[in-house]
Write a protein that binds this ligand. Structure first.
Ligand SMILES: [Ca+2]
Ligand SMILES: [Ca+2]
Length: 235
């Protein structure tokens, strides 16, 4: 499983030499500055044939691992296009682009505490959204929920996303809420990924895990990998 998206993304961009644009115009992801190079992308999944050969995905399959997400969406959003368990079912939540729609996503991390406190930190990844939105733009809040086993934690400050005085091997759970407040529909599904990590008293970040919310056209039926927005130029 790909534990971090950044090294892979850098590899992909270095290999492809492609700038990245959404189908709606604005470039929102880092590129090598070399301009748009359409490359060969015979399955039209947003990943160039040359990149597919390098990473081991299928150049004739939009969704190489048949998990419902196109290869390019997985590459761009922290996940592994050749692992059907990436993203895991608990790492993704879908929200229709309907005014006042909302969803919740459970976040979790496991720590080995020595009496210190841990506070959750959410970091959005860039997206290919034409308006340069990220997961932060739809976030209504995160709360700390529970520890397992509960006796390993002295106190839970829900709104501060903090568990105090954690001792021992402990699973910490949080809940993130997302909200869509617009009458503007999405023309295709878009993924907005983020990492959720824990910051200890000493400022050390541990237990980072990647997640993604997918905002779908409001009347979308089912979850079709062909319904996603893809980069205008292959990766
Ligand atoms: Ca391709
Ligand atoms: Ca896939």
């Amino acid at each position: 499983m790909l534990r971090s998206r950044l090294p892979l993304l850098l590899l992909v961009f270095a290999l492809s030499g492609c700038a990245v644009e959404s189908r709606f115009g604005a470039a929102t992801l880092p590129s090598d500055g070399g301009g748009v190079d359409a490359g060969e992308d015979r399955d039209h999944d947003g990943v160039c044939d040359s990149t597919e050969r390098t990473i081991g995905s299928n150049p004739d399959e939009l969704d190489s691992d048949h998990d419902g997400f196109p290869d390019a969406i997985e590459l761009l959003n922290a996940f592994d296009p050749i692992d059907p368990n990436s993203p895991g079912v608990d790492q993704v939540a879908f929200m229709p682009a309907k005014n006042d729609a909302s969803i919740e996503l459970a976040l979790r991390a496991t720590v080995d505490g020595q009496g210190e406190s841990f506070t959750g930190v959410l970091s959005s990844y860039p997206s290919i959204d034409a308006q340069k939105r990220s997961a932060d733009d739809f976030l209504s809040g995160v709360v700390a929920v529970a520890a397992e086993p509960p006796e390993n934690v002295h106190a839970v400050d829900a709104s501060a996303e903090r568990f105090d005085a954690v001792v021992g091997h402990t699973r910490l759970s949080f809940r993130a809420g997302f909200h869509y407040t617009s009458n503007v529909d999405f023309p295709c599904a878009e993924g907005f990924a983020f990492a959720y990590a824990l910051k200890s008293d000493q400022g050390k970040h541990v237990g980072s895990r990647d997640y993604m919310i997918v905002i779908t056209p409001k009347d979308a039926m089912g979850r079709d990998p062909k319904s996603f927005c893809l980069p205008a130029a292959c990766l």
